[in-house]
Design a protein around this ligand. Sequence first.
Ligand code: NAD
Length: 432
Amino acid sequence: MTTDKEPLGQSDIPEEESAYDMALQQFNEAAEVLDLEQGIAEYLRRPQRELTVNFPVRMDSGDIRMFTGYRVQHNLSRGPAKGGIRYHTMVSLDEVKALAMWMTWKCAVTDIPYGGAKGGVTFDPKQMSSNELERLTRRYASEISVLIGPEKDIPAPDVNTNPQVMAWIMDTYSMHHGYSVPGVVTGKPLEIGGSLGRLDATGRGCMIVAAREMTRRGKSLQGATVAVQGLGNVGYHAIRLLEAQGCRIVAVTDSSGGCYSDPGVAPELDIEKLRAWKASGMPLVECPGVDYITNEELLAMPCDILVLAAMEGQITPKNALGVRAGIIIEGANGPITPRADAILEDMGVQVVPDILANAGGVVASYFEWVQGLQHDFWEQEEVEQRLEKVMSKAFEQVVAMSQEKKITMRKAALLLGISRVVKAIELRGIYP
Ligand code: NAD
């Protein structure tokens, strides 16, 4: 791979921007191409609603600790707000605003009738007992209940949250109302109104777009080498489904680092064993019997497909030139900064952008919401077929736009998503 960019000296590389700066930069570039009216562009740059909550939680020790959480609704023009809830030490209002804006574009790219939202609480869930986590979740759900609701804003799982957390939120909201309100969250356990196929839907979406991109290149997933950053919900299911299509997983990491397997030399990675190791609370780098790598080494791993399924800001101008993958699938939100994006474009690396690549989760969440509202639940096969249809259509529309305008898939996805939101605003008009 070559690049005509001058290699940057370490001191020339500017500090990376925040997630919200990244989201704004992407939006501004798209707004310019779309020639958006100034007022509409300004409307879309700002979240419609931002809620910060400070709340107490009784710890197992008997002490009271204060926590800060957020819920942001970016834009509601296309329908109720939709977006995950994240538990992480790095959660900030800025990050939640960025993630909410990306949700708006994601729902529009896949043409599902939602606006974008996101929420989170700033803390390390690994340092909490299950009882403390339940009390924190219930109190946070109460605090944001002024915004959420099945017709208003429907949370879902994100980093460090899962179906159990969704069940606690659903129960708390239902207790306030005096009856069960399953439609207030998606990503619920099946027993209380979840959908078959929701748990692995984001990973499945990553697999679907990876297969489409390989087909576009006259290749298939059979025998393709894949490296994956993040072995959580998205990363694990992406790996499982890519392996089922004949891919060879050459490396996987979590926040501690991870392991690799040289094709033709070492035996294949046993993903179920690695997953079980992680589920026991142990970091990947301490798993016995594997060859270790750092996250930086994973990002520079020679492979056909690199799946980024961890956090934002992973590929920056500092490490972009080291990337040796042909295709990057953004399973995570915002894992590549705008300046790194430009470098990868020059290098000829095809990035399938987050607002398309990881949309499988919100599409299946939409299916769960629809099934719940109709009290009519679908077979797994039906969920998977519908997901494949929605993801494939969105992929083809983004590719068509990128070819027509000779722009990257990210810019094309943004143009498609933003123009659909703008159309909804125009049709509805500016109130009053
Ligand atoms: P998760 O909590 O299940 O897993 C996150 C994984 O990333 C963990 O294995 C963690 O160890 C790893 N990780 C964290 N920081 C890392 C780092 N610096 N380097 C390497 N690995 C690191 O979370 P998830 O639900 O799989 O979400 C992952 C990403 O996908 C997030 O960006 C999230 O917003 C996005 N996403 C998730 C969904 C969903 O349905 N869960 C949908 C769309 C997008």
